[in-house]
Ligand binder design. Structure first.
Ligand SMILES: [Zn+2]
Length: 162
């Protein structure tokens, strides 16, 4: 993390969003640090260094992983308390879906698509008592970069703000 901070301007997704809207400039070689899946390792290993070097970051959590205490590939998910601690320190919290399904799947019905996107946003907002403004597509990069159908998010990039 220190090497990253020493060699790149580090900006938050809020700054990236403002830059894309033409509201500010971003230095060349700038990086926005993000973590998908909301796994415990973010809290245990990355968070202390992010705080130490004052690195802005966003963690995208999966609602069901944290609410139900699920593991992903053998690693436990962040607890809601851990998410709250990181949010209070200034980390941005985004949604990475509810059960973490591919949004480009032809088998995904409209109700499941709504649950994964808007549902996970509102669920996390209720759970964490904070506004969720970012969403990262589950499985982006493995199964395509856009969702199927005519969803308003279907033409958006891998990370969107809501
Ligand atoms: Zn994921």
């Amino acid at each position: 993390m220190r090497l990253l901070a020493d060699h790149h301007p580090l900006v938050s997704l809020d700054v990236v969003r403002a830059w894309l809207a033409g509201e500010c400039d971003v230095p060349e070689r700038a990086i926005a640090v993000t973590f998908d899946d909301g796994l415990r390792g973010v809290y245990d290993h990355a968070f202390p260094w992010l705080e130490r070097y004052n690195i802005p970051a966003t963690v995208f959590v999966v609602e069901d992983f944290s609410v139900k205490g699920r593991a992903w590939n053998g690693e436990p998910a962040l607890s809601c308390d851990q998410i709250a601690v990181m949010a209070r320190s200034g980390m941005l919290i985004g949604s990475h879906g509810r059960p973490h399904v591919s949004l480009s799947s032809a088998d995904l019905g409209d109700d499941a698509l709504a649950a994964e996107t808007a549902g996970s946003k509102s669920g996390l907002e209720r759970l964490l008592s904070m506004r969720i403004r970012y969403f990262a597509y589950p499985y982006t990069g493995r199964k395509g970069t856009s969702m199927r159908g005519s969803s308003p998010l279907s033409k958006m990039p891998a990370i969107v703000w809501l």
